[in-house]
Write a protein that binds this ligand. Structure first.
Ligand SMILES: NC(=O)c1ccc[n+]([C@@H]2O[C@H](COP(=O)([O-])OP(=O)(O)OC[C@H]3O[C@@H](n4cnc5c(N)ncnc54)[C@H](OP(=O)(O)O)[C@@H]3O)[C@@H](O)[C@H]2O)c1
Length: 321
């Protein structure tokens, strides 16, 4: 098995310096070795976590040069553990962080980072659903404990986590308001949420104070949305695309009496895995929706730009053909 792919070439996006974009290079196909699975990649997610790593702004960083990409989907070429030819999802085990990840035509990863995926699943969905579905479930159920009849405000409601949070909260019986940062996204807030523009956020536009805020945007959006939560309400904090910091006036904070609750999928991944898998079934059948933007390996620059600026709608994925 070890010589099976010797001499064959493969494309990979290689990060040489933090803060720059990875370069598309030709390199030999990684050679299979015990305990590892060689995968022909079909799709890989470009997520905010990956961009933080590319920027060198994350707690776990690879030695360079390195191939980023924390999650992907492909077909097994060689493995002692996973059937050859099967469709698999790659994730965990510090892929794209401590070891080479998924932004390549081929990936050699630890067997434990490989999980079977139902045949026929769209590889772009298979590689990108877990983070938004798991996070949405964790925010709505595990962290904010949304109850039927409660009013829930979701920021970044046309984003990947935000759009699924809207749908999971509505399924929990909540009345949902979805906030977006630009007019072009109003039509991308999933039903049945009421869409509202962030610049027009007020108690009136939201229809009264809410019981729960799920914030996926951070910075000034969090600052403006927090006062809309009723006393003894909950605010679940998911992301910080619009800013890593916001100031808290302690007197106002105590007066408002709103619980600020972090949502961390890394610590809650196992806890929400079964529920996230049920959401994947509904995403496959179209009962739930998750928008996906698709780019080639040679389209990384555009993919990154759209994600960084917030222009992207839903998940951003590289497809390898
Ligand atoms: N805590 C966790 O465990 C966990 C898990 C998954 C994801 N996350 C984080 O959650 C956040 C959302 O993830 P996602 O996958 O839903 O991302 P996304 O699809 O890109 O959505 C984020 C939203 O933030 C707004 N935005 C993006 N860039 C911006 C910018 N430069 N300035 C201002 N607003 C901007 C956009 O909404 P508008 O245009 O409508 O404002 C965008 O739709 C990210 O920060 C991600 O890292 C956290």
């Amino acid at each position: 098995m070890s010589e099976a792919f010797s001499g064959e070439m493969s494309r990979a996006l290689v990060l040489e310096r933090f803060g720059s974009l990875p370069r598309l290079v030709e390199r030999p196909v990684p050679q299979p070795r015990p305990g590892h699975t060689l995968v022909r990649m079909r799709a890989a997610e470009v997520g905010h976590l990956d961009l933080n790593i590319v920027d060198g702004r994350f707690g776990i960083l690879p030695d360079l040069p390195a191939v980023p990409g924390s999650t992907g989907c492909g077909v097994v070429l060689a493995s002692d553990t996973h059937p050859e030819g099967s469709l698999v999802r790659l994730g965990g085990k510090a892929l794209g962080m401590r070891r080479d990840g998924c932004w390549a035509d081929h990936a050699l990863v630890p067997d434990a980072a490989v999980e079977a995926v139902a045949e026929g699943t769209d590889p772009a969905l298979a590689c990108s659903w877990f983070s938004p579905a798991g996070t949405a479930w964790a925010a709505v159920h595990a962290v904010a404990d949304v109850q039927p009849g409660e009013r829930v405000l979701v920021t970044g409601a046309a984003g990947a986590v935000g759009a699924l949070t809207v749908q999971v909260a509505a399924r929990a019986g909540a009345e949902v308001v979805g906030v977006v940062g630009r007019p072009g996204k109003l039509g991308h807030v999933p039903a049945p949420a009421k869409p509202v523009l962030a610049t027009e956020l007020s108690v009136e536009s939201v229809g009264g104070q809410v019981d729960v805020l799920v914030d996926t945007v951070g910075g000034p959006v969090l600052r403006d949305a927090l006062p809309l939560v009723r006393p003894r309400g909950r605010a679940a904090l998911v992301g910080y695309t619009a800013g890593r910091e916001f100031g808290v006036d302690l007197a106002d904070f105590l007066l408002a009496d709103v619980a600020l609750l972090p949502v961390n999928l890394m610590t809650r991944g196992k806890e929400v895995a079964a529920d996230a898998k049920r959401l994947l079934t509904d995403l496959r059948t179209g009962e739930l929706t998750l928008a996906i933007e698709r780019h080639g390996l040679d389209g990384l620059a555009e993919a990154v730009e759209r994600l960084r600026t917030g222009e992207a709608i839903g998940k951003v994925v590289l497809e390898m053909g």
